[in-house]
Design a protein around this ligand. Structure first.
Ligand SMILES: Nc1ncnc2c1ncn2[C@@H]1O[C@H](COP(=O)(O)OP(=O)(O)OP(=O)(O)O)[C@@H](O)[C@H]1O
Ligand SMILES: [Mg+2]
Length: 231
């Protein structure tokens, strides 16, 4: 098994052309170790979300290659890529994107249904996932009745529907205060201890200080990457 769960080679991404050309990524070689807790940091507009979308297979590079769990996605068709993505990656974004009319449990059940799980198993698995993020007692609450940190934990549980090895997150605590941020961080650390590779973009120095692997993006390039011994 490849020790890097994500690799990029000479990755570039350009938006627009002519006078409107933006070179969002200018040649990124990145290795993200399997099982790591990786934070991507850097100033606003310097290419973090762009990098995130490319390593998650949500968007295509202008040039260069992305390998997700050893598989080169460069020449994959849309359908093949979608299958790879749903098996390998759970996505969590800044805005929780929960369905407001459904309970916490139902929000997760929907994801399990979309992942193709037989109906008879959905409820039990959804309960397990809620327990994993410490929210069993909130199963019947709707998002409006949950705090920001709790809503984000439901979103994390939902992202785990397919039991993907990678959780990819773009500023998952961007809308949270420090108490809620801590709640979410504790859940992410426990998932990391259970073997999930955690990759997140963050502006929070509290989070990046706790990351084992720190990737600093500046001006579309990787400025520095530091890997600490595995915890
Ligand atoms: N869809 C798009 N079309 C055109 N330009 C884009 C698009 N998405 C991003 N850009 C540009 O690419 C550059 C990098 O943007 P990106 O969203 O990756 O930055 P970021 O590091 O995530 O910033 P932030 O911290 O503010 O979220 C910026 O100059 C941005 O304006
Ligand atoms: Mg961004």
């Amino acid at each position: 098994m490849n020790e890097n769960i994500i690799e990029t080679h000479e990755l570039t991404k350009e938006y627009g052309h002519g006078e409107n050309l933006t070179r969002a990524l200018r040649g990124v070689d990145l290795e993200i170790p399997r099982g790591s807790f990786t934070c991507i940091v850097g100033p606003s507009g310097h290419g973090k979300s762009t990098l995130m979308h490319l390593i998650g297979g949500l968007d295509r590079p202008s040039s260069g290659r992305v390998l997700i769990d050893g598989q080169d996605v460069s020449n994959m068709g849309e359908k093949e890529l979608a299958i790879l993505r749903s098996g390998k990656i759970g996505f969590v974004f800044q805005f929780f994107n929960l369905l407001q009319n459904l309970t916490a449990l139902e929000n997760i059940e929907i994801a399990l249904m979309l992942a193709g799980m037989p109906e008879a198993q959905q409820k039990e698995r959804a309960c397990e996932l809620l327990a994993l993020v410490g929210l069993s007692e909130k199963a019947d609450a709707k998002p409006g009745q949950l705090s920001g940190g709790q809503q984000q934990r439901v979103a994390i549980a939902r992202a785990l529907a397919n039991d993907p090895p990678i959780l990819l997150m773009d500023e998952p605590t961007g809308n949270l205060d420090s108490v809620a941020e801590d709640e979410v961080l504790n859940v992410l650390e426990s998932l990391n201890q259970r073997g999930k590779t955690i990759i997140l973009v963050t502006h929070s120095s509290e989070i990046s200080a706790r990351a084992g692997n720190l990737v600093r993006v500046r001006d579309g390039r990787i400025e520095t990457a530091r890997t600490l011994p595995h915890r």
